[in-house]
Design a protein around this ligand. Structure first.
Ligand code: GDP
Length: 297
């Protein structure tokens, strides 16, 4: 299960401080040393850990906390609030256009879960917002990518716009936008090519598509299982494309949690969704407070 090691360690630390009638400065320091180690072991970004620990310490050592009747519980509350804040505070919703169509561009490395998430998002928007989505097959390089998107489209009964693999993605997107308008489809979700690593050709193509489609949402899809690599990927994509949100996939796996806890702070872009299974209904809105609660038990 995700966050297992981190959860256990933080809960044990919190339990030790919870019952204390009096909390000393040294208790807080010992606790924060444990929290720091637990976060580092969960593969949370080094700088993020440092900032987090300092922030909690500063608040926890304030006289209002130390002199309260339940200092242990106050400290735990602060840890929870700061964890929530670290993951972005409030749930951030997907951006929908005032005037249709809403255009969502999916980006990410190969294998992150882009194609799957494109389908999940289409289903989510139809179910919850009554939208009429269309998927666009913009990955012409990976041999099975178009077939995979068409299979996804059939599964959820959403149309897929494809021009095969001999037409440039820029052209495909241009025609897809016209097609959506003509067919009164109010949501266009563009699946783009991924690579194993970030490369310049790919990024130039993605920048072109961004210019053509003028998306309301550039959704970066990253694999939670890849830990700090996911954070580095997010940083690079954000620098080049100015992403608007992140979907963190495979949170149903046994990720230590580093990506979930670091991405927001490193990129300043919110995690909007998490992938909780391979199935089409396995997409959940990301709620930082609920995630913090889950970690702290
Ligand atoms: P793409 O190359 O980025 O388009 O990635 P795919 O959409 O093909 O996904 C790669 C693999 O990850 C597939 O086997 C998906 O079923 C799987 N996958 C995607 N999202 C999730 C998720 O949230 N949980 C789990 N367990 N598997 C996922």
């Amino acid at each position: 299960m995700a966050f297992e090691g981190l959860g256990e360690r933080l809960q044990a630390t919190m339990d030790r401080i919870k019952s204390k009638g009096k909390v000393t400065e040294s208790d807080v320091k010992v606790m924060m040393r444990e929290v720091r180690l637990a976060l580092l072991e969960a593969d949370v970004n080094f700088k993020v850990v440092k900032q987090f620990v300092n922030q909690v310490k500063e608040r926890a050592l304030g006289s209002d906390v130390m002199q309260s009747l339940t200092p242990g519980q106050q400290v735990i509350k602060i840890v929870k609030e700061e964890l929530t804040e670290l993951m972005g505070g409030e749930n951030q919703k997907i951006t929908l256009a005032n005037k249709p169509p809403t255009v969502i561009m999916m980006v990410g490395l190969q294998g992150a879960g882009k194609t799957t998430t494109a389908g999940k998002l289409a289903l989510h928007l139809r179910k919850n917002f009554n939208k009429k989505p269309m998927l666009v097959a913009g990955d012409i390089y990976r041999p099975a990518a178009i077939d995979q998107l068409e299979t996804v489209g059939r599964q959820i009964d959403v149309p897929v716009f494809s021009l095969g693999d001999q037409v440039k993605p820029q052209q495909i997107v241009t025609e897809a936008m016209d097609h959506a308008k003509a067919e009164h489809l109010d949501t266009v979700i563009i699946d783009t090519a991924g690579r194993l690593h970030i490369d310049e050709n790919l990024m130039n193509e993605l920048k072109d598509i961004k210019k053509i489609a003028d998306p309301h949402e550039i959704m970066l899809v990253v694999d939670a299982m890849t830990g700090q690599d996911a954070v580095n990927v997010a940083e690079s994509f954000n620098e080049l494309l100015d992403i608007t949100g992140v979907t963190l996939t495979k949170l149903d796996g046994d990720t230590r949690g580093g990506a979930a806890l670091s991405i927001r702070s490193v990129t300043e872009k919110p995690i909007k969704f998490v992938g909780m299974s391979e199935k089409m209904d396995g997409l959940e809105a990301f709620h930082p407070d609920r995630m913090a609660q889950r970690i702290l038990g």
